[in-house]
Write a protein that binds this ligand. Structure first.
Ligand SMILES: Cc1cc2nc3c(=O)[nH]c(=O)nc-3n(C[C@H](O)[C@H](O)[C@H](O)COP(=O)(O)OP(=O)(O)OC[C@H]3O[C@@H](n4cnc5c(N)ncnc54)[C@H](O)[C@@H]3O)c2cc1C
Length: 352
């Protein structure tokens, strides 16, 4: 059985590795640039399952994905020799008003009812967890089991692991169209006009997924949501946990690097770090932890989240032979989604 995967971001690479683990021998990953070139290496790397879930279904899925990361990190280290920086750093969500504190109380209660660890802290207790926190906080919710990975390291590990598994990765190979024959996906055509036939094609082209010619019109549009990030360096490291305030966050890596984010912008694929974006990110980061004002500004970058109003697209599509691995927060869900996609591909073979 041959499987062709479009895109070598975290979704394409994790799916390739999972298919290989389940015994598929002929897997080709096509990447128009270099593996991990886009959103996957640009992410903040938070495994913020509790803070980022909006309802019980997400909480269940996200927490399961987060809890699976330890084993995946160990497996990737064993096969690739690369440490992906998986750490249970914990996360604080801060409130600066009584109204925000009330929302945090409700969130903490919902998590506890779910059997998860969460605690509402007064300002003094919050500063025991993170002494650098702003004096203006009214309360904080503490989620000790939230974690993080270092995305560029995750992609290095995945790319090394799939190469060792004998999976072919073709860099600089742009898929120009999906080939459909008699209502079935039969492979892909490259911009070089080469046609690669396949028993299954997996679309993992991130925020470009809707732009691949031949993608069925039944696939709800995946659109780019630009996010900018700024990296600061503090020496010595002072922060240790992820801290959120509303949609903003600081993610200390534990070694002095602090990733501050982010923006959510509907500007298409405009690859620009803007003055306004950096200004807003830094203003909020310094409000969260005033000591960051003295940290060195190391670099800033942006990339594109693959967002879809139709929710994540993971598994079978409306076209037989074409599978989807796109449209969601891929760092947290990468392994969990790769399991679903690999299962669907192999289930598709069993039915064929
Ligand atoms: C600023 C920012 C912060 C983020 N923080 C987090 C976080 O903390 N936690 C979290 O879980 N998620 C986070 N995300 C989201 C996460 O980065 C993405 O959901 C995830 O990386 C998507 O992975 P992907 O493989 O689908 O896409 P990508 O990594 O974008 O990979 C898609 C690949 O497909 C290739 N491609 C596209 N078209 C073609 C074609 N026609 N032919 C061949 N190749 C093609 C591209 O070159 C690219 O390499 C963040 C995203 C951003 C932008």
């Amino acid at each position: 059985m041959r499987v062709v995967i479009i895109g070598a971001g975290v979704m394409g690479c994790a799916t390739a590795l999972e298919l290989s683990r389940r015994g598929v021998r002929d897997i080709i990953v096509l990447e128009r640039a270099v593996p991990g070139a886009e959103a996957s290496s640009a992410a903040a790397g938070m495994l913020a399952a509790q803070v980022e879930s909006k309802d019980d279904a997400e909480r269940e899925l996200f927490v399961r994905a987060r809890e699976g990361y330890g084993a995946w990190a160990a497996e990737l280290r064993d096969v690739s020799g690369v440490d992906i920086g998986h750490r249970r750093s914990g996360a604080l969500e801060i409130a600066v008003s009584a109204e925000e504190a009330e929302k945090l109380r409700a969130r903490v209660e919902a998590d506890r009812a779910f059997g998860l660890r969460a605690e509402l802290l007064d300002p003094a207790a919050a500063r025991k967890v993170e002494p650098e926190l702003s004096p203006e906080i009214a309360a904080a919710a503490w989620f000790p089991d939230e974690g993080q990975v270092d995305p560029p390291q995750l992609l290095r590990a995945l790319v090394a692991a799939i190469a060792r598994a004998g999976i072919i990765v073709r860099s600089g190979a742009t898929v120009a169209s999906i080939v459909e024959e008699q209502g079935r996906c039969a492979g892909v055509a490259l911009d070089s006009r080469e046609v690669l036939r396949a028993d299954a094609v997996v679309l993992a082209a991130g925020s470009w997924s809707s732009l691949v010619p031949g993608v069925p019109s039944t696939l709800p549009a995946v659109r780019p949501v630009r996010g900018q990030l700024v990296m600061l360096e503090e020496r010595p490291p002072r922060l240790s946990s992820i801290v959120f305030h509303r949609h903003a966050y600081v993610v200390p890596r534990g070694d002095g690097r602090v990733i501050c984010g982010s923006t959510m912008e509907n500007v298409g694929h405009r690859r620009e770090v803007t003055a306004e974006g950096v200004h807003r990110i830094l203003a909020t980061a310094i409000r969260i932890a005033p000591g960051l004002g003295a940290a060195e500004l190391s670099r800033a970058w942006c990339n594109f989240r693959p967002h879809s109003d139709g929710g994540p697209h993971v598994g079978r599509s409306s076209v037989p032979g074409l599978f989807l691995a796109t449209g969601h927060n891929g760092i947290l869900l990468a392994k969990a989604s790769a399991d679903v996609v690999a299962g669907a591909v192999l289930d598709g073979r069993a039915r064929a």
